[in-house]
Each structure stands twice: as structure tokens, then as C-alpha cells.
Design a protein around this ligand. Structure first.
Ligand code: SF4
Ligand code: SF4
Length: 268
């Protein structure tokens, strides 16, 4: 299991480095790629023009297609993209490890569970606002604040997105994956699809807790980057789970498994 965790973290770092290198080469004019083509969120961010890209040579089309494929797979594979592929998620994990890398996972979360639940709703409003501006007012407003744009340093929108990026990174020193949990509209979209999948009982991959093995040590919950109360459940079909499997890796009793659940489901 430790090997899987090392593989996941290495993969995240590699993707971040490749993305960063691509952006750097583009900015140095060695590559002629519009960085937006890499972003799976572009078809929401750019709204109608991105959809029109399906029928034209609009550069965001590749990102849009990738984004649509990820979303289609979400009811079955969960938020695997967040846990395994997103460069922004990786950067946040690295920042959190800078201050908490040596802890044994027993650190009391800075944000209480009640506040965590409330704050997780913010991302749905970000998504709704984004859809409204992109599809009704035909303005890519979200791009002005997107922290990934700060990295890509695109055009005129640098100031606000840089401030957002800076705030997220500083906050990530204290709260793990703060952007993914509370603000990311693409994460919100995936969570909504997961909730729909739960409702329709679509078979999907999820973590299962074997209660007969559990000794209530709480290490699974204490190590969950999304602050999910893993030990309280039989199966983690929580729409916030990013399938990182850290709970499974940290369980001293090997009481957690990542399984394909035929019945899909809701939290039990
Ligand atoms: S880490 Fe394992 S033993 Fe500890 S509470 Fe979680 S499931 Fe139970
Ligand atoms: S429940 Fe487990 S797999 Fe899901 S986010 Fe938390 S630690 Fe990762």
C-alpha cells in the first residue's frame, strides 16, 4: 500500500512538472500551445464559445473533450481526477506536507467538522455563478480568478488569479486541499455527478470499511485530506472522496478496501 501511495504522489508531481514545463515552453515561445487546451474545465469556463469549439477549430476543444470524458466517468470512477491527476491538487498536497509532513495524522483539524460541511457548499455557488456568467452573459469571468491561470500567466488576468493562487497556497500550509474542498467548481461538478450516481445506484468504485477489523483508532479519518469521517461508515460513497486511498494505507488493521460496488450507493 505504501508503494501505491508513493506511486500516486510521484504521478501527481510528474503531472505538475510536465504541465509546468509545457506552460514554461509556451511562454518562452518554444511551443505554440494554448494552455487552455490542457484544462478539462474549459467548456464551463468559456461557456458557449467552448461548446462552439466542438464544431470549429476553437483551441479549447481538446480540454473540453477531456473534461467531458472525465465527467462521464465520474459516476463510476468517482473524483479520481482530483486525487490522481490534478496538478493544483498536487501543489496543495506538497504545501501541506511542508508543515505537516512529519505528523502521524493525529493533528486536530483546523476547521471543525460542522464548518467543514458548510464551507464545502461554497464550491457549488462558484460553479453556479460560473455557469451563469459563461452561458448567460457570455463572459469567461471565472478565468480572472482561476488559480491555474496564475501559473499559466495568461493574458490580462494575472493579478486576481495570482492573489487567489497565493492565498490558496498559504492556506494549504494549514488546511489540506482547501481549494478542492471548498472552492473548486470542477470538483463541485464531479460531486454533483456522484450524488446523481448515488441516487441512481450506479455501480462504482469506493472505499469499504470492514467493521469487524476496526479498533476505532481514527487514523483513517485523521489522514483523510477531505476530512471525511471514514471510520463512521461501512462504505465511503461520500461525494467528496477523491479516492486517494490514504485512509486505506493508514489503517493499522488493514480494515479498509477499495472495491467496485455493484449496487453503487449512498453513505452507510
Ligand atoms: S484506521 Fe482502520 S482501525 Fe482505525 S478507525 Fe479507521 S478503519 Fe478502524
Ligand atoms: S475517504 Fe479515503 S480515499 Fe476518500 S478522500 Fe478520504 S482518505 Fe482519500
Amino acid at each position: 500500500m505504501k508503494k501505491l501511495m508513493i506511486f500516486r504522489f510521484t504521478l501527481l508531481i510528474l503531472i505538475t512538472l510536465v504541465t509546468g514545463l509545457g506552460i514554461f515552453l509556451t511562454r518562452m515561445n518554444y511551443l505554440k500551445v494554448n494552455p487552455h487546451v490542457l484544462c478539462p474545465y474549459s467548456f464551463i469556463c468559456f461557456g458557449i464559445p467552448a461548446l462552439q469549439g466542438f464544431f470549429s477549430r476553437n483551441p479549447v476543444i481538446i480540454g473540453s473533450i477531456v473534461g467531458a470524458i472525465i465527467l462521464l466517468l465520474t459516476p463510476v470512477l468517482g473524483r479520481w481526477f482530483c486525487g490522481w491527476l490534478c496538478p493544483l491538487g498536487a501543489i496543495q498536497e506538497i504545501f501541506y506536507k511542508l508543515t505537516n509532513g512529519k505528523s502521524k495524522g493525529k493533528v486536530k483539524p483546523l476547521i471543525s467538522d460542522n464548518w467543514d460541511k458548510r464551507l464545502k457548499l461554497i464550491k457549488y455557488f462558484v460553479l453556479l455563478g460560473n455557469i451563469f456568467f459563461a452561458y448567460f452573459l457570455i463572459q469567461a469571468l471565472y478565468m480572472k480568478a482561476c488559480p491555474l491561470v496564475a501559473l499559466a500567466n495568461l493574458g490580462n488576468y494575472l493579478l486576481v488569479s495570482s492573489i487567489v493562487f497565493f492565498i490558496i497556497m498559504i492556506s494549504s500550509l494549514f488546511v489540506e486541499r482547501i481549494w478542492c474542498r471548498y472552492f473548486c467548481p470542477y470538483g463541485a461538478l464531479m460531486s454533483l455527478l456522484l450524488l446523481l450516481g448515488n441516487l441512481l445506484r450506479i455501480p462504482r468504485i469506493m472505499l469499504k470499511v470492514n467493521k469487524s477489523m476496526c479498533v476505532d483508532c481514527g487514523l483513517c479519518s485523521a489522514n483523510c485530506p477531505m476530512q471525511i469521517k471514514v471510520e463512521d461508515k461501512n462504505q465511503v460513497s461520500n461525494s467528496e472522496c477523491i479516492l486517494c486511498q490514504r485512509c486505506k494505507a493508514k489503517c493499522p488493521r488493514q480494515g479498509i478496501d477499495c472495491e467496485f460496488c455493484n449496487k453503487g450507493g449512498k453513505d452507510e
